[in-house]
Structure formats: structure tokens, C-alpha cells
Ligand binder design. Structure first.
Ligand code: SF4
Length: 379
């Protein structure tokens, strides 16, 4: 098991140890648009609430027929796994995660905040709207922690987070090589670990990893696949693909590459700079209903990473991706890109998925959707 996967598995122990060491507070966040920099500047540890499949006989009572990630997160609250979390925040986004947030509040009386982020991210007023929402949130954070969020603190947080995103991007770029030194499962473990750890500590780990990975024996050239769809919380699918001799070389998941794709461009008005970063990040379907930038982004990633085909994995009951799939399918069909679509829940049904993947992998030809030979000239 790679060491980053262990960090994900031990995330509750990690957060508790962080609290004991620093005396700080942990803030749990639900949606991918959460402006972590603000909470970090207040001295808190921002932790993405990750779903984890566990026996669940409780969440159905609270959230009937919702997607499994949202129910799993609630289940962990009901089981007490998140008792160490001192505050929770939901950013305007998917309805099911909002249910998980609201239901958690019925079971636990803790500081909380609902942060509005416009669905029309590129409307003329969106920047100012989000900026004012961030100012309200800043006040809440100061009240919860007793710490003043100064410009200096914000600058420090922005620097740590920008560095973190650049390091992740550097590691991610390694996946472009024809014979890469890192495969998709390990990359996804790194990104997931990044979302539950202190970013300053994570930056040190990522720098050390970048040094160490250069000396690795590269993997063999193999079929390169792109992963698109609902967010993921483990690396089961990536591992299954690798077991079958292929590799997920690029993804377009909310908590995959979209998490770190763009940086904050510093400016005097720090809150505005943060607002712009979150409004301009690669969008998930619910924030992409104005100019429809998502299909183009998928296409660019597919080309840049020289993928040979696409896997679309949707969580059951994920209405966001369910309603956006038509646009992705259209894009792929127009470009003759082979793709496989399937629905999953927190567990990947192994035998069935393996059978379908085997069949898909057997008919996808390396380089067939690129100008002949072009993907062979990268190194
Ligand atoms: S899987 Fe889909 S429906 Fe569920 S929380 Fe994520 S975006 Fe929302």
C-alpha cells in the first residue's frame, strides 16, 4: 500500500493528533468549492469530509434515496467518527450534500455555516457576491476561533495553498510521460490525502515525494484511460484498471485534478482574489450551467494527457452528473472517443466491473484517437 493511502485511512487519528499538538480547531467541509485558505488563515485545520463505506443502518432514516457518498458521510457522523470536528461548513452546491450537512446538524450541535456561492459563476455580479459572502464567513471564523484574520495571515495561507497546488500539478504532470513513474491509483491517493492534511506538512511530503519519484523505474507503456464522473473517495477503480494492465493517466473529478487545477492570483483585495479563484476553477456540473465550460475542459485534458479512452463512473443517485452526462457523451461521440459508462456506489462491484472493464480495454486501441504516432513523441 502506498503511504498516501495510509494517510487517508488514518485521517481521523491524524486530525485528533493535530488538535492535541496545536490546540487548534478542525473544520469539516462538504463541497469542492470550500475556500480553505480562509479557515487556514484563522488557524484551523480544514478537513474534507470523506465518505467511507461502513455498515449503515441509520442514515436511511435521515436521507432516503440519496447518493452513497452523502449518506456515508452522515453515517460517520452518526457513528461518532467525526466527533473531533469543531465546526462544519457547506458551500452552495449539490442538494444531497446539503442534506448530509443539515442532517448532521440535527444530530450534533456544533458551529456551522452555509456559504453561498453563485451557480452562475461567470455572471457580472458573481465576484462581488462571493466576495461579500467570504467577508461574512471570515467574521464567523474569527468568532469561532478568537483569531483575527489579518492580511498577513491571508497572504501566508494563500502562499501555502498555491505552493501545494503547484506541487500537486508537478506530480500530476509526470503522468503525461509515455512510460510514467506514477500511476493513477497512487496519484489519487495523494490528492485525497492532501484534502485531509495540514497543507504545510503536506507540502514537505510532496517535495520529498518529487525527489524520490525521479529515481523510480518507470512503468511500462500501456493503455491510457481518463476518468470522468462523480467524485471518488478511494482508489478501488484505479487499482482495478491497473490490475487489468491499463492506467488512469488523467481525471476530471471534483476531488481529483479539479481540486488543485488553478491558483489564486494575489491582489490587494485578498477576499476578491480568493473569490475569483473559486469561481474560475474547473467546474462541476452544478456550476457549469452558463457557458458550459466542462466539456471543453474534459477534451483538453484528454488531449494533453494523450488518453486513449474514457471511463465515466457515476455514483448512483448523483443527479448532477446524471443530468450533465448528455453533454459529455455528445463530446465523446463527436470525436469518436471510446468510452465506458457505469454507475457505482461507494463500493465498486468487483466481478461485474472487472468483466466490463476487460471488455472495454480489449477493444480500445492505443493512440487510435490521436494523429498517428503523436502520443509517442512526448518523451
Ligand atoms: S456524488 Fe453527486 S449527488 Fe452525491 S454528493 Fe457528490 S455530486 Fe452530489
Amino acid at each position: 500500500m502506498n503511504k498516501f493511502k495510509k494517510y487517508v485511512e488514518n485521517r481521523h487519528e491524524y486530525a485528533k493528533a493535530w488538535k492535541a499538538k496545536t490546540g487548534g480547531k478542525v473544520i469539516g467541509w462538504y463541497e469542492p468549492y470550500f475556500p480553505e485558505e480562509l479557515a487556514y488563515a484563522a488557524g484551523m485545520l480544514p478537513v474534507r469530509l470523506l465518505a467511507e463505506h461502513k455498515p449503515d443502518w441509520k442514515s436511511e432514516k435521515w436521507m432516503y434515496a440519496s447518493c452513497y457518498p452523502s449518506r456515508d458521510i452522515l453515517n460517520q457522523f452518526l457513528l461518532g467518527d467525526y466527533d473531533y470536528v469543531d465546526a462544519i461548513v457547506n458551500v452552495e452546491g449539490c442538494q444531497w450534500m446539503y442534506h448530509a450537512f443539515e442532517s448532521a446538524l440535527r444530530t450534533k450541535d456544533i458551529p456551522n455555516h452555509y456559504l453561498f456561492l453563485p451557480d452562475y459563476t461567470d455572471a457580472p455580479t458573481s465576484k462581488e457576491v462571493l466576495r461579500s459572502e467570504l467577508a461574512v464567513f471570515q467574521g464567523k471564523l474569527e468568532e469561532w476561533t478568537g483569531n483575527k484574520i489579518t492580511d498577513e495571515k491571508l497572504d501566508e495561507a494563500i502562499e501555502v495553498y498555491n505552493k501545494n497546488r503547484l506541487l500537486l500539478r508537478q506530480i500530476y504532470e509526470l503522468g503525461k510521460a509515455q512510460t510514467p513513474v506514477i500511476h493513477g491509483a497512487e496519484m489519487m491517493s495523494i490528492i485525497l490525502a492532501d484534502q485531509v492534511m495540514d497543507k504545510a506538512e503536506m507540502n514537505e511530503l510532496l517535495e520529498a515525494f518529487l525527489d524520490e519519484v525521479q529515481d523510480r523505474e518507470p512503468y511500462k507503456d500501456c493503455l491510457r484511460l481518463m476518468l470522468v464522473g462523480s467524485e471518488t473517495f478511494n482508489t478501488d477503480l484505479e487499482e482495478l484498471v491497473e490490475e487489468l494492465g491499463a492506467n488512469i493517466c488523467v481525471d476530471e473529478l471534483d476531488n481529483g485534478s479539479s481540486y488543485f487545477w488553478n491558483n489564486i492570483l494575489p491582489q490587494k483585495d485578498r477576499l476578491l482574489a480568493i473569490a475569483i479563484r473559486y469561481l474560475l476553477r474547473p467546474h462541476n456540473p452544478i456550476k457549469d450551467n452558463n457557458w458550459r465550460r466542462r466539456p471543453q475542459h474534459i477534451w483538453e485534458l484528454y488531449e494533453d494527457f494523450c488518453a486513449d479512452g474514457v471511463i465515466i463512473a457515476k455514483q448512483i443517485y448523483c443527479h448532477l452528473h446524471g443530468t450533465d452526462n448528455y453533454a459529455v457523451w455528445k463530446l465523446l461521440r463527436e470525436r469518436y472517443i471510446p468510452f465506458m459508462y457505469f454507475e457505482r456506489d461507494m463500493t465498486v462491484p468487483e466481478e461485474e466491473t472487472k468483466l466490463r472493464l476487460e471488455s472495454f480495454i480489449s477493444y480500445v486501441k492505443q493512440g487510435a484517437t490521436h494523429v498517428e504516432g503523436w502520443h509517442k513523441t512526448l518523451e
